[in-house]
Design a protein around this ligand. Sequence first.
Ligand SMILES: NC(=O)c1ccc[n+]([C@@H]2O[C@H](COP(=O)([O-])OP(=O)(O)OC[C@H]3O[C@@H](n4cnc5c(N)ncnc54)[C@H](OP(=O)(O)O)[C@@H]3O)[C@@H](O)[C@H]2O)c1
Length: 242
Amino acid sequence: MEPLLKEKTILITGGTSQLGQSFVRKALEQGAKVFFTYFRNKDFAEQLQKLGAKGYPCDLANINSIHEFVAVFRKDAEQLDVLIHNAAMTADTTIEKMSEQEWDAVMKVNLKAPFYLTKQLLPLLFKVTPSKVFMVVSRAGLSGLYGAANYAASKGGLIAMAKTLAKELGRKKVLVNAVNPGFMCSGMTVHVPDKVLQKNIEESPLKTFSGPEEVAGFLVYLSSGLMRQVTGQVFHFESRPI
Ligand SMILES: NC(=O)c1ccc[n+]([C@@H]2O[C@H](COP(=O)([O-])OP(=O)(O)OC[C@H]3O[C@@H](n4cnc5c(N)ncnc54)[C@H](OP(=O)(O)O)[C@@H]3O)[C@@H](O)[C@H]2O)c1
């Protein structure tokens, strides 16, 4: 069987994340030319580069850094089949304690960067039919999340942006969808209290968290030629009912 992503050029932000690294490995195995961004985790980015992916440092909170990245990336990639907005941050606290800086920091990385990066990379996406954009979202964006108004609002905004861009870019054959990976054990969830982890497990009929490997496999399928006619959707890839 031919590799699912043969000759596809894919860019994922946050390649160094729990989900990102699983996707980078699987996409390489499936024949893709894989590019990724990272922020602080240079050592790990180097390990991923040894596997054959190409990594770029980029602070997604900073427009100048995004500009610099795009300028270099556009020299390295002539076209873009798939763009995955996966990098994200949290600054959790309740509204009474949340500062303007905590609100803005999360919005910049989680919501403004996907808008700006997509806009900058449209010329490369237009060279492929169909090309695809995925927003990695969260159930927080639909249901809210105690102590994370900034994160929940950013993910809700991403869902709305995916649905809007699907409408705007459909005529150019760019498919835009959102993927909710479910609760995964990662750097992002390391500070989640035990009782909340326990509650998540209890709410899962399978009594499990989501697995980054399984989510990455789903993203490989969505990125492949097997999915060509779906846009404006939110895929919930998790073990807890929504
Ligand atoms: N974990 C969960 O339970 C869960 C649930 C629902 C949705 N999600 C979503 O799934 C995606 C992946 O989550 P994860 O848990 O795998 O993430 P993670 O392991 O916590 O990693 C976060 C990623 O974001 C990057 N990043 C953070 N700040 C950045 C900045 N200013 N500029 C550029 N990159 C920055 C980090 O880069 P460096 O490591 O290089 O610094 C890292 O690659 C995220 O969109 C998250 O919101 C996660």
